[in-house]
Design a protein around this ligand. Structure first.
Ligand code: ACO
Length: 426
């Protein structure tokens, strides 16, 4: 087996080292190519380019496999808890009992927000999208927690990571309560991470929030399913922002902004809106025809990496059934979703393009049943993904070969020309 590839340009040969990961495709190392040959590589959308080395998450899109630090996502969703997965992603290993107690204590210690932060929310309009509030509020954390901004200090990096994981539920719940015109609810540290979040979202002064173990478990599982996903658009945004030495609050705010896009985290809201638009099973054939005529995409379908079933979608579908059963909800949109999935999976248009349901297909129905408006769906995604973002940021920062990210381009604009005064133009 050769450990180098040879590239021929004109009459010259260039050796490209082949790097091997622990699993997955080998990688051609083109780092010296420009210096040696005066050529760039061209890969818009990074479809064939590894942007970094990582030990956190592995995806085999053809086989429908997702591993965090080696552990399959379905095992983590079934047997673990979100906070345990946070420890795993951030520190590399599942915690011992003692390590978990300490980690949980560290996170709960940081769940509160500076009292002045609450007045910060008042600056937003009540009808602002909660993702707009999240982007602004998370960016503003650096103005309140300036004692952990020194990225060169490992202790401060750790504190910022813990603060982000701990404060995201409090910020997300406040964004929700603010949009509903309800007072903010203070976190309770004796509750579990997910229970505390649900209480902060749904507790009102006039009525105590009643815990429901099935819903708490569903929330925790949804957080686990969204915790990390390798070098996707928002994670790459976080890494690129961080490559300049920017502090984590700024980098995570950048990640949230990227996540909001409808091709990424914004798809869960759009998937539910699509099911609402279809309305009934009778309308599916006409809607599917519209997709095939390229009038619109089937939201919650397709994935850049998965060309087989998204393993998270399977767990999400099961969780969806559990939640609806527990709440005794017979949601007609579930019927639409199930039939749409059946129709799409037997249609050559979708089969040929390897388009399968992704995690967003069933998450909207589940979250709606739990009482969240669709504007909150991407916020919940951002909350859960924060641990992935900060773990990837930490890994990037601790990599001694770290360089500021600086992609090159294929320039196709005007070549050099002389300035012409306005009286001589046209
Ligand atoms: N509906 C209909 N056709 C689709 C869909 C879809 N959802 N997704 C891809 N296609 C088609 C494309 O039109 C293209 O067809 P063509 O080859 O005939 O031109 C082919 O499938 C390949 O699609 P690409 O756009 O090249 O795939 P890419 O990897 O760039 O896009 C993406 C992946 C953005 C996720 C896309 O599938 C999509 O837009 N899906 C809908 C939005 C969605 O659900 N996003 C959530 C992603 S998961 C997440 O962020 C958690």
């Amino acid at each position: 087996m050769t450990d180098k590839a040879t590239l021929t340009i004109g009459d010259k040969n260039y050796d490209l080292p082949i790097l091997k990961g622990s699993t997955g495709p080998d990688v051609l190392d083109v780092r010296k190519l420009y210096g040696d040959s005066d050529h760039f590589t061209f890969d818009p959308g990074f479809t064939s380019t590894a942007s970094c080395e990582s030990k956190i998450t592995y995806i085999d899109g053809d086989a429908g496999i997702l591993l965090h630090r080696g552990y399959p996502i379905d095992q983590l969703a079934e047997k673990s808890s979100f906070l345990e997965v946070c420890h795993l992603l951030l520190n590399g290993e599942l915690p011992t009992a003692d390590e978990f107690t300490k980690f949980e204590r560290n996170i709960t210690y940081h769940t509160m927000l500076h009292a002045q932060f609450d007045s910060f929310f008042q600056g937003f309009r009540r009808d602002a999208h909660p993702m707009a509030v999240m982007t602004g509020a998370v960016g503003a954390l650096s103005a309140f927690y300036s004692d952990s901004l020194n990225v060169d200090d490992p202790k401060q990096r750790e504190i910022s990571a813990h603060r982000l994981i701990a404060k995201m539920p409090t910020i997300a719940a406040r964004a929700f309560q603010y949009s509903q015109g309800r007072p903010f609810v203070t976190p309770r540290n004796e509750l579990s991470y997910s229970e505390n979040f649900l209480r902060m979202c749904f507790s009102v002064p006039a009525e105590d929030w009643v815990p429901n173990p099935v819903l708490t478990r569903a929330m925790d599982r949804i957080f686990i399913l969204h915790a990390d996903h390798e070098q996707n658009a928002s994670t790459s945004t976080v890494r690129l922002a961080g490559s300049s030495g920017a502090h984590p609050f700024a980098c995570i705010a950048a990640g949230i902004a990227c996540l909001w896009g409808p091709s990424h985290g914004g798809a869960n809201q759009e998937a539910l809106e699509m099911l609402e638009e279809i309305g009934t099973v009778d309308n599916i054939p006409a809607y599917v025809q519209g997709v095939k005529d390229r009038k619109y995409k089937l939201m919650g379908f397709g994935h850049r990496v998965y060309k087989n079933f998204d393993p998270r979608a399977k767990v999400m579908q099961k969780t969806c059934y559990e939640v609806l059963e527990q709440l005794g909800i017979n949601d007609p949109l579930l019927q639409v979703a199930m039939e749409l999935e059946k129709v799409a999976l037997s249609d050559p248009f979708f089969i040929d393009r390897k388009l399968y349901p992704n995690i967003d297909f069933y998450s909207g129905i589940t979250l709606r049943a739990m009482g969240f408006p669709k504007e909150m769906f991407t916020v919940l995604f951002a909350l859960a993904r924060t641990v992935g973002w900060i773990s990837q940021w930490k890994e990037m920062f601790e990599d001694p070969t770290r360089k500021i990210g600086r992609p090159r381009q294929l320039y196709t604009g005007a070549t050099q020309r002389d300035y012409v005064g306005v009286d001589k133009r046209g």
